[in-house]
Design a binder for this molecule. Structure first.
Ligand SMILES: [Zn+2]
Length: 103
């Protein structure tokens, strides 16, 4: 779900699964560990490759990283989002199925 790319100026956490209000919180410890690991580098959270993004989760993630205790010592954490938030492929697959009918 998450890949870490490190170059000389930043550490990029690439999210490619589902980003929802139910799981965005799991990024907190990941960001904490990344900040500790890449002392002094900018941390970027890139959700542009995520399969599914809830815009509410992005808003909550922005608030989460703004409150980040270590953020003051670093450059602000940058969050990259796509222009359009993709809906869940597994939900889309369910919507394509015929309704369940009791017989
Ligand atoms: Zn999903």
């Amino acid at each position: 779900m998450v890949r870490l790319d490190i170059d000389c100026t930043s550490a990029v956490l690439v999210i490619n699964g589902c980003l929802t209000v139910h799981n965005y919180g799991s990024l907190f410890s990941l960001v904490a560990r990344t900040l500790a690991l890449v002392e002094g580098l900018r941390v970027v959270i890139d959700v542009r490759d995520a399969m599914h993004i809830e815009s509410t989760a992005v808003d909550m993630l922005i608030e989460l990283v703004a409150d980040f205790p270590a953020a003051a010592a670093h450059e602000p954490i940058l969050i990259l989002t796509p222009d359009e938030m993709p809906t869940c492929p597994s939900l889309a697959a369910l919507e394509g199925l015929p309704p369940l009918v009791a017989s």
